[in-house]
Design a protein around this ligand. Structure first.
Ligand SMILES: Cc1ncc(COP(=O)(O)O)c(C=O)c1O
Length: 399
């Protein structure tokens, strides 16, 4: 206990973790904190669907019909029809044979990865020991992927971010019976893409499976928003496409797609699926509505990309360093933690919510303001934000 108190004090003394703000309301793209509206430039609600009237209506109707929770795992009494409908709708949206849903993207990753690498004891089939596995993940993989690897109890190696030579070197040297390559489709803190075609071809050459965490691509990347496999024309070649409903779909939840029999195995081996209560019905109803809106309104994605372009170009002109961002995730790299926190606070004082991200989310010398733009920002909001970023960047000594 004493040690935990000391840690808390040390974090406070160094001014870490002190900006856990209390949000009153979220009328995106603004957000109300302490009764005052702030322009939100850090939400993953990329298409603005979290507060879309049709999404809200669908969710409210589901609450009326089912209540707010299932209070059970799907294996017991929590397998509502609407959850099966959602799985069918996700499979259709992704043009994949089947989908399996989870309570969150985090739950999906910590469930799926150990299930894929399971030793399959107890069914009378030949087993594969955990130490005969090899997981190879990108250095910038999301922490839920990292935790999934840990829970799988499988040897895990990390290749340098997007470095295909390094990945190949690890694959070439491996004698593992079962290999799994893990990458994010769009990296959550840098906004760059993984080179999926190269990863797929290395996987085929060295007999490895591939799983892509497409949390930040689902709904927005690719011509129809199906994600990075669509964008890179490798649909059907990724063994496991994982995604979340907590970003562009505006809700909560995670999923994985694949053949129905393979997902059948994941379903019986994945602990969050088996031992945790299922996704609440109103979330499923809201996500179903969000998928319909995405299908019928491709213009929403156009708005997003116009906004992204305007904001990014403006920031570059001001002189900020944006790392290798290729998407809606726009990191302003500052490096120094204190300077990053100072800039985020100055932005807040002038009505902008843009969070400082530092260790452990990114390396200690890579602190940044992680900005995101959404489809429902207006050009005048973006231009106002750019003026404030210019002033604050100068005041905090970043530019
Ligand atoms: C790449 C990635 N994967 C998984 C997750 C977890 O998703 P969720 O918030 O739905 O648990 C996140 C969340 O930020 C993420 O960025």
């Amino acid at each position: 206990m004493e040690y935990l108190r000391q840690l808390h004090k040390a974090a406070q003394d160094r001014d870490f973790y002190s900006d856990l703000r209390v949000v009153d309301e979220i009328p995106y793209p603004e957000i109300v904190i302490g009764g005052k509206p702030y322009l939100c430039l850090c939400s993953n609600n990329y298409l603005g669907l979290a507060t879309h009237p049709e999404v809200k209506k669908a969710a409210v109707e589901a609450v009326e019909r089912y209540g707010i929770g299932t209070c059970e795992s799907r294996w017991v009494a929590g397998n509502l029809k609407i959850l099966e409908e959602l799985e069918a709708a996700i499979a259709e949206f992704k043009k994949e044979p089947a989908a399996l849903i989870f309570q969150s993207g985090y739950a999906a990753n910590i469930g799926i990865i150990p299930a894929i690498m399971d030793s399959f004891e107890g069914l009378g089939l030949p087993t594969i020991d955990n130490d005969e596995n090899l997981i190879i993940k990108d250095y910038l993989s999301h922490i839920s992927v990292v935790d999934g690897c840990r829970l799988s109890r499988s040897p895990t190696k990390t290749f340098k971010h997007n470095d295909m030579n390094h990945l190949e070197m690890i694959l070439k040297r491996s004698q593992a019976k079962r290999k799994l390559i893990l990458t994010d489709g769009v990296f959550s803190m840098d906004g760059d893409f993984a080179p999926l075609p190269d990863i797929v071809s290395l996987a085929r050459r060295y007999g490895a499976m591939v799983m892509v965490d497409d949390a930040h691509a689902t709904g927005i990347i690719g011509e129809n928003g199906r994600g990075t496999p669509e964008f890179f024309h490798v649909e059907g070649e990724i063994d496991f496409e994982m995604g979340t409903m907590s970003k562009a779909l505006g809700a909560m939840g995670g999923f994985v797609t694949g053949p129905p029999d393979v997902l059948g195995t994941l379903r019986m081996r994945s602990h969050p699926f088996m031992f945790s209560s299922s996704l609440p019905p109103e979330q499923a109803a809201g996500i179903l509505a969000a998928l319909r809106i995405i299908r019928n309104n491709p213009g929403l994605r156009d708005n997003l990309w116009k906004n992204v372009h305007r904001f990014k170009e403006g920031l570059k002109q001001i002189g900020f360093s944006l790392s290798n961002s290729e998407t809606q995730i726009i990191p302003i790299i500052i490096g120094d933690v204190e300077k990053t926190i100072r800039m985020s606070r100055l932005l807040f004082e002038r009505g902008i919510l843009a969070s400082a991200i530092s260790w452990p989310a990114v390396a200690a010398n890579q602190s940044r303001i992680r900005c995101t733009v959404i489809a429902t920002h207006t050009f005048s909001q973006i231009d106002r934000a750019l003026d404030i970023f210019r002033e604050v960047g100068k005041e905090s000594g970043v530019i």
